[in-house]
Ligand binder design. Structure first.
Ligand code: CTP
Ligand code: MG
Length: 238
């Protein structure tokens, strides 16, 4: 039995606003997707990686990552085309996993600097018997639930107790059978970004299964905007 990763890289990076797919944007001179794949391999627990890439881009990503074992990455990488939502992309990645895989980590190329130690911690929690595990950090801001905005102002519905909140990251780790079942049950949501799940744990929760949070880390931040990219450049400094 083996642990594999689905590395999502099929997004376009609209909010980053740079030419080409976000996963190919360079951080410290290396594409985001390569940073993420290297760290998955360096964890020592991930034995293979399936990367989801934008439709029509498979050959370029294969040249960068594909083949049995690429120097500088260290585990075999399979490249598959993703879908119109992150959820659809993960589903495509899951379909390409080998038969021997019993634990899956789903990770975003956009979280390029998540450390091998975090990857190991999530995997270990799944192997210890937690079938769905996500890393999370306490939130600094006060969080309010709001209703629909009217004339530029949204009514507050509730103030959520901040100490009970966690901002959730990737890699998210799962018992493979549970994650397959969660994606099958939620498949009708995948076609449309508006209904699709924004993380895999949400699909597991929708099945009524328990999801567990372990400590996340600052370096697993998601690179969404140019400001995030600048912060990641600072974090990537030796
Ligand atoms: N992703 C994916 N397939 C999609 C959409 C997103 O595999 N159809 C991946 C992205 O490549 C990224 C992760 O999901 O690694 C998180 O998505 P996000 O940060 O929103 O990236 P983008 O969708 O590329 O960015 P934007 O929403 O600004 O266009
Ligand atoms: Mg997106």
């Amino acid at each position: 039995m083996a642990t594999a990763a689905v590395l999502t890289a099929a997004g376009s990076g609209t909010r980053l606003g740079l030419p080409g797919p976000k996963a190919l944007v360079e951080l410290a001179g290396v594409p985001l997707v390569v940073h993420a794949a290297r760290r998955l391999a360096a964890s020592g627990v991930v034995l293979s990686v399936v990367v989801t890439v934008p439709p029509g881009r498979a050959s370029g990503f294969r040249a960068l990552l594909g083949g049995p074992v690429r120097p500088g990455i260290g585990v075999p990488v399979t490249v598959v085309e993703g879908g119109g939502s992150r959820q659809a992309s993960v589903a495509a990645g899951l379909a390409a996993l080998g038969d021997d895989v019993d634990v899956v980590l789903v990770h975003d190329a956009a979280r390029a600097l998540a450390s091998p130690a975090l990857i190991r911690a999530v995997e270990a929690a799944v192997r210890a018997g937690h079938r769905a595990v996500v890393p999370g950090l306490p939130v600094a801001d006060t969080i309010k639930q709001v209703g629909a905005a009217v004339d530029g102002a949204a009514p507050v519905v509730a103030t959520v107790p901040r100490a009970t909140m966690r901002a959730v990251q990737t890699p998210q780790g799962f018992d493979r059978a549970l994650l397959d079942a969660a994606h099958a049950a939620g498949a009708d949501r995948a076609a449309d970004e508006a209904t699709a799940a924004t993380d895999d744990a949400g699909l597991v929760e929708a099945l009524g299964e328990q999801v567990w949070v372990v400590d996340g880390e600052e370096s697993a931040m998601k690179i969404t905007t140019t400001r995030d990219l600048a912060v990641a450049e600072l974090l990537a400094r030796p």
